[in-house]
Design a protein around this ligand. Structure first.
Ligand SMILES: Nc1nc2c(c(=O)[nH]1)N[C@H]1C(S)=C(S)[C@@H](COP(=O)(O)OP(=O)(O)OC[C@H]3O[C@@H](n4cnc5c(N)ncnc54)[C@H](O)[C@@H]3O)O[C@H]1N2
Ligand code: MOO
Length: 411
């Protein structure tokens, strides 16, 4: 059988990517969302650093049988009671304020009556109640976040919460994005017969943005043999700073399919060609090894929209995640039930676009109507890719399939 499996493509790319030397930079928290952490963040102090009150109420030293106290001070969050509270005394305390010395118990104000400085507590007082202890979450020096995780709102909260104004992140890989084909025209221009709007440009830019990346340049190759030299020179110039070149179209066997030739003119060594999957068999993977610095990955995806989208999810994303510094290259699939029967010959692994919906709290996958490589419209209804395994023909409603979640967009 011709071609290489998806798993072997990933393996080959990730083995090469493991040698990629990632650079780091300091990033202010305001700019850090979506970046990848490149340092171990530890707690400079215990968290919380001081024992504090979880309620508005009264802090006091517990004494068996005592219900009456004299209030000697009031403190809010951020204020510190300087003295030591003696038995029979209490400090009025607000949520988040540090526990005064001498106190070991806090009583919520709803259980208290205050008359001037005279405090009476109703009901039983339990020794040690209602205190957030110092170090409740961690001790000083504890590891809070490791390098290789993506920075979202929660990670920003932790970094800021331990006083960090900036964090060390990995530099983003630099991506050059190429489209191809003389039939391709820009959206917004009038349509004429035989032309096709450049949906792949927006799809691929969007897919990159979903990975936190923006291509530093985009360029269109006409596939016109008369312009091949000139366009190859242009790509070579643009590729000078690339870590990764992603292209769409021109990777099949047609007369005008020029992408592998362009990559090879750039000095690429082929890593793989045809892939044993549907859609997305037509593909090119190569690597330009430089004397100094990192290699350049060259990934030629099919021009067909569904094929290019699936290929991006299946092996461009793991490569990008590795180059971006993520510790985990692969996103795990989910085991989800099928919402309909799928009876189809699968001479190769087939990746089917569709939507995971929640039915009675359980994920159910509904495939798009059209599975073809050239399908465009199903991508607007896709949040998962189901894998139909090679040789397996009959999938029934209710059967479990592996689905790779590919979008957080609500559908
Ligand atoms: N004789 C053979 N023909 C084909 C084979 C084969 O093995 N033998 N493989 C088929 C497979 S599989 C696929 S997939 C396609 C792949 O073709 P290419 O990757 O070379 O892509 P193009 O021919 O350039 O375009 C295919 C299709 O996609 C449209 N396209 C291209 N770019 C864009 C874009 N930027 N935005 C929207 N649509 C785009 C293009 O107009 C074509 O319709 O080859 C089969 N043929
Ligand atoms: O690469 Mo093609 O998508 O298998 O149809």
């Amino acid at each position: 059988m011709n071609g290489i499996t998806v798993e072997a493509v990933r393996q080959r790319l990730l083995t090469e990517a493991a040698t990629y030397k990632k650079k780091t930079e300091e990033c202010m928290l305001d700019e850090a969302l979506g970046r990848v952490l490149a340092e171990t963040v530890t707690a400079p102090e215990a968290i919380p650093a001081f024992a504090k009150s979880p309620y508005d109420g009264f802090a006091l030293p517990y004494e068996a049988g005592r219900q009456h106290f004299t209030v000697v001070a009031t403190i809010g969050a951020g204020q510190v009671y300087d003295g030591v509270v003696a038995k029979g005394e209490a400090v009025r305390i607000m949520t988040g304020a540090p526990l005064p010395d001498g106190c070991d118990t806090i009583v919520m104000q709803e259980r208290c009556e205050l008359d001037g400085h005279a405090l009476t507590v109703r009901g039983t007082i339990t020794e040690g109640d209602n205190i957030i202890p110092s170090g409740e979450e961690c001790e000083a020096g504890a590891v809070l976040m490791r390098a290789g995780i993506g920075i979202g709102a929660g990670q920003l909260a932790v970094a800021a919460g331990v006083g960090r104004a900036s964090v060390t992140v990995y530099r983003r890989p630099k991506v050059l994005l190429l489209t191809s084909g003389r039939e391709i025209i820009a959206p917004g221009t009038p349509m004429t017969k035989g032309k096709v709007y450049n949906s792949n440009l927006y799809m691929l830019k969007g897919l990159l943005q979903e990975q936190g990346l923006t291509p530093y340049a985009t360029y269109h190759i006409s596939d016109d043999p008369a312009r091949l030299d000139e366009e190859t020179t242009m790509v070579k110039r643009l590729a000078a700073e690339a870590d990764l070149i992603i292209s769409t179209g021109g990777v099949s066997v047609g007369l005008f399919d020029s992408m592998p030739a362009i990559y090879e003119a750039l000095g690429a060594e082929a890593l793989y060609g045809r892939i044993q999957m549907r859609p997305g068999a037509a593909s090119y993977g190569g690597i330009i090894r430089r004397d100094e610095g990192n290699p350049v990955f060259c990934l030629g995806l099919s021009g067909n929209p569904t094929a290019a989208y699936n290929s991006f999810q299946l092996f461009v994303v793991p490569l990008l995640r590795t180059l971006s510094g993520y510790a985990e290259a692969l996103r795990p699939p989910l085991r989800v039930r099928l919402g309909v029967d799928i009876h189809k010959k699968n001479p190769f692994d087939r990746y089917v676009q569709g939507v995971i919906v929640s039915e009675q709290g359980e994920g159910v996958f509904y495939p798009n109507e059209l599975y073809t490589s050239s399908a465009l419209l199903g991508m607007a209804k896709t949040n998962g890719l189901a894998k139909l395994v090679q040789g397996h023909t009959d999938y029934d409603k209710g059967d479990y399939v592996d689905v790779l979640p590919v979008a957080n967009i609500t559908l």
